[in-house]
Write a protein that binds this ligand. Sequence first.
Ligand code: NIG
Ligand code: FE
Length: 412
Amino acid sequence: MGTVIINIKKLVNTRIENKLLRGKNLADLPCLNDAYLLIEDGIITNYGSMNELPAEFSHSSSVIDASGQFVLPAWCDSHTHIVFATSREEEFVDKIKGLSYADIAAKGGGILNSARKLNAATEDELFNSAWERLEEISKLGTGAVEIKSGYGLSVEGELKMLRVIKKLKEKSKLSIKATFLGAHSFPVEYKENHKGYIDLIINEMLPVIAKENLADYIDVFCETGFFSPEETETICRAGMALGLKPKIHANQLNLSGGTQVGVRLGAVSVDHLETMDDEAIQALSNSNTIGTLLPTAAFFLRMPFQPARQLIDAGCAIALATDYNPGSSPSGNMNLVNAMSCIQMKMLPEEVINASTINGAYAMELENEVGSITVGKKANLILTKPIPSLAYMPYAFGSNLIDKVMIGGEWV
Ligand code: NIG
Ligand code: FE
C-alpha cells in the first residue's frame, strides 16, 4: 500500500547511482518521459515508463494522475541560517539610502544586531519561528536543508540555537543537517581580543556541542574584518578533532583566502564565492570540496554574481543554495535561486536542477538519502503544475509552478 503517480509528463533526475557532478557532467540530467513513480513507506520503490506500469499498482491506496505535470526530486538547500529572532528590514532601508554591508556591520548592525535579539529570545520562540520558515520552504519545494548557528556568539546563545536545530531535526519530516557557526563574527566584548573569543569557541562551546551531539559541521566566516584564514584554520581544526567537518563561508566580500583554507582542510564545501581569482578557482577545481553558490545573497547585497560558468568550465563541483538569513538573503526560495542562476550566471536549466538537487545533497552528505529519483531514496518530490518544458521553470521566474510537494512520502 502506498502512492503511485501515473502519467507523469517527465520524471526528472532519475539515477541508478550517485555521482557528484562537475564540469560538463553538470548538464547531464537523466529524465524519463510518460512515466510512473511508486512510493511505499515514504520511500521511492519503483519507477518506469507508463507502458511498463505493473498491474499491482491498482492496490496502491492513492493514485495521482499527473498528466501534463513534471516530477522532480525536492530541492536540497545546503546553506541556510533559518534560526533567527527577527527580520532586519531597517538595515535594508539603510542600504537603499547608501550604506554598505560593511558600514552596517561596523556600526553594530548586521550579525551583531541579530545576536542581540537572539540572546533575548527564548528557545520556544526561536523554535516556533524557525518551524514556520521550514513550513514555508517545504511548500516552495525544499525537502532537505542545512541550518547554521551563528547568531548566538555567546556560549548560551550558540548552544540555544543548536538545541533548537536539534529539535527541528527530531520533529520535522525534512532531512536536516546542523552546522556550528560560532565564528560568525567577533562579539563586541572580544573585538580587540580575538584569541579570547576563539578560546571560548574551542574550550567552552565545542566540548558541549560534541558531548550533546549538537552539530554535524563546523563553519567560519572567513572574511576581512571577521575571521582570518589562520583563525579559520585553528577553529576548523578544533572542530575536526571532534568529528565536525568544515563547511566554510569563503570569498564573499573579498579574496579572503577562505577557499584555499577550505580545500586544504578537505572541507565538504566552501560557500558564497562572489569574489574569486584564478588561484582560488584552480584550488577548488583540483579538490573534492564543493563550491556552493548563493546568488540571492549577491542579488540582495547588489554584488557581482558568482562566476558560475568559469567554475563549471574549470571542473569545479558546484551546488546552489539560498543562504536564507535576515541580513543578506531574506528568502528561502530555491526556485528563485535557480532562475537567478540561469538568468544572471548563465547556467543551463539542467545544470541548475542538478546543482540544487544531487550536488546539494552531496554538500550535506545526504546523497544516499535524497537528491534524485532513485529506488531506495526518500520520497521527497516536487509535482509541478502543467508546464510545457523543464526550461519553463527558471524562465517563468515569478510564477509559482509547484502544484504539490511530498516529503518523506507525505504531501505537505
Ligand atoms: O551568509 N556572510 C555571513 N553570514 C551571512 C549573513 C549574515 C547576516 O548578515 O546576518 C551570509 O551572508
Ligand atoms: Fe551564510
